[in-house]
Design a protein around this ligand. Structure first.
Ligand code: ATP
Ligand code: MG
Length: 559
């Protein structure tokens, strides 16, 4: 059965059916003041997805009206992230390209008696705005003549006044029940260098004055934004109506919230600046580049966004849903390898010294065409320290003295004795093997309950492996008691570095297969340990892998 249409698809199908629009044009309008996060991915998938679904197009527009916080570094990262997700924009635009047009329209509104220059300070403006229950007070400068307004506005632009000395406001209604209509500010003075327009401008338009007009200039048909902008919509329409320009329309959907993380760019920037993470692309960050470095695939993020749908009411999505989408994708596509993260040595005493053999291992049981590889086996191996106990408690089916287990793809072995160091730590496990069980099955049909992974000591490749846990220790890091901040909710154990991991030699050559991984990031399943990818810090002399996720959901409550 087809999925039911979401409310935006319904609107668009109606608009196309009744001829309101012949084709649709959406836009994704990030402010280049930070890196994109998973919430933006939702908006990207929605805007570009609708464009694709209805044979329309999607623009990328940098909403760059605040020179103080914006930078070309962010512009570049945003483009990279959108491309990585697999979307193509019809055109790249910048609100700053429209500064001249926006200025001319502001002059037009002044001429229509619909805008005025106000000398009040921002504090006075705020104080006189009233409240939801009380009307605001008219500014003493509200009734300036059109000539005086034109003159002052031009001088604002010419740089005659310092920051904050004047603003341009729309002249609407200081008693309006919608606070947005109480003479909203259109322009403020800001003597700051802009990353694109340099020092050409010292007045900058406010969001409400710039956004709708920019949509209109581009002939955006459906301007989709998050719910908190619904109270701005009447003002969006007001400017378009008064300027008599292309009628773009705004529609709102619920923003994506995920538990155990924060998503405001301001907070993400703080995490980076204060060194709580290694950068915007730290694999624990909820940024798109963080997820990329962590090993997430674009497909898994898109599947996640599809799965959560488009809501009209705010909600919080469980992080594990994102991991579910990831595992579903990687399970199908990631080849299996063996890697021992916390190694302990095993010697098979009855295995001929100096002998090695190559054992056939399935690359991916989910994808036959991935075929097989050969894994070297020898007398000395590594296994996971946690896969051995001297005395097996009930239900412990891994290796223990006297307990037979299967070494994956290899043989049945039985531990016989251990060597320990002076502190009592096990340094070596001595085993025997049954040569008749080659390949992993006993000809006499006897069974073992445990199968463990291993790596041949002689052939092992060393690597650093980084294990991650959630960045925040609590579900809602933004909720904190008086005197605390979201930083107090950081999880102190979110990064664990394993330094002497032993990998099977096939992992030495981690050149990614570009048909499987077009983004150049090689991803694997390390059997029993999770999904892993090669980190950008990795070099041929020092391999570094990130754990993208465990194989099972370790986040489930009470797990
Ligand atoms: P933040 O509040 O994190 O700083 P923002 O909304 O200021 O984000 P913008 O760069 O203005 O960031 O956002 C670009 C687009 O992405 C906007 O249309 C915005 O509505 C959308 N967007 C931002 N955060 C989310 C989210 N959590 N879920 C869905 N869409 C989002
Ligand atoms: Mg914003």
């Amino acid at each position: 059965m087809d999925q039911p249409l979401n409310f935006l698809e319904e609107i668009i199908e109606n608009d196309l059916a009744n001829g309101t629009h012949k084709s649709i044009l959406t836009r994704f309008p990030p402010e280049p003041n930070g890196y994109l996060h998973i919430g933006h991915a939702k908006s990207i998938c929605l805007n570009f997805g609708l464009g694709l679904k209805y044979g329309g197009k999607t623009n990328l527009r940098f909403d760059d009206t605040n020179p103080v916080k914006e930078d070309t570094e962010y512009v570049e990262s945003i483009m990279e992230d959108i491309k990585w997700l697999g979307f193509n924009w019809a055109g790249v635009y910048y609100t700053s390209d429209y500064f001249t047009q926006l200025y001319e329209w502001a002059v037009l509104l002044i001429k229509k008696g619909l805008a005025y220059v106000d000398d009040q300070s921002l504090e006075e403006i705020r104080a006189n705005r009233g409240t939801v229950t009380q009307p605001g007070k008219n500014s003493p400068w509200r009734d300036r003549s059109i000539e005086e307004n034109l003159d002052l506005f031009e001088r604002m632009k010419a740089g005659e006044f310092p920051d904050g000395a004047k603003v341009l406001r729309a002249k609407i209604d200081m008693a309006h029940p919608n606070m947005q209509f109480r003479d909203p500010i259109m322009y403020r003075i800001l003597h700051a260098s802009h990353h694109r327009t340099g020092d050409r401008w010292c007045i900058y338009p406010m969001y409400d004055y710039a956004h709708g007009q920019s949509d209109s200039i581009e002939h955006i048909t459906h301007s989709i934004c998050t719910l908190e902008f619904d109270i701005h919509r009447p003002l969006y329409d007001w400017f378009i109506e008064k300027l008599e320009i292309f009628p773009s329309h705004q529609y709102e959907f619920a923003r994506l919230n995920i538990n155990y993380t924060v998503m405001s760019k301001r907070k993400l920037l703080q995490l980076v600046k204060e060194g709580h993470v290694s950068g915007w692309d730290d694999p624990r960050m909820p940024t798109i580049c963080g997820f990329r470095r962590r090993g997430y695939t674009p497909e898994s993020i898109k599947a996640f966004c599809e799965r959560i749908g488009v809501a009209k009411r705010d909600n919080i999505i469980d992080y594990s849903l994102l991991e579910f989408s990831l595992r579903e994708d990687l399970n199908k596509r990631a080849q299996r390898r063996m890697a021992v993260l916390d190694p302990v040595k095993v010697v098979i005493d009855n295995y001929p010294e100096g002998q090695t053999e190559l054992l056939r291992a399935v690359n991916n049981p989910e994808n036959e065409s991935d075929g097989f590889r050969e894994v070297p086996f020898g007398r000395e191996l590594y296994i996971e320290r946690e896969d051995f106990m001297e005395v097996a408690p009930k239900k412990y089916f891994r290796m223990a003295i006297g307990q037979e287990v299967r070494l994956r793809y290899a043989y049945f072995v039985t531990a016989q004795s251990v060597e320990k160091d002076a502190d009592g730590n096990i340094t070596c496990i001595h085993c025997t093997y049954d040569p008749a069980t080659r390949g992993g099955d006993a000809p006499d049909g006897r069974k073992v309950k445990g199968t463990i992974h291993w790596v041949s000591a002689q052939h092992a490749v060393e690597a650093e492996v980084r294990l991650f846990d959630r960045l925040f220790a609590v579900e809602a890091p933004d909720d904190c008691p008086e005197g605390k901040t979201f930083l107090d909710n950081l999880n102190p154990d979110s990064l664990k570095v394993m330094n002497h991991c032993k990998l099977e030699p096939a992992l030495l050559n981690v050149e990614p297969d570009k048909t499987s991984w077009p983004d150049g990031i090689a991803r694997y399943q390390f059997e029993r340990m999770g999904y892993f990818c090669v980190d950008k810090d990795s070099t041929p002399d020092h391999l570094v892998f990130n754990r993208t996720s465990t194989l099972k959901d370790s986040w489930k409550k009470n797990a």
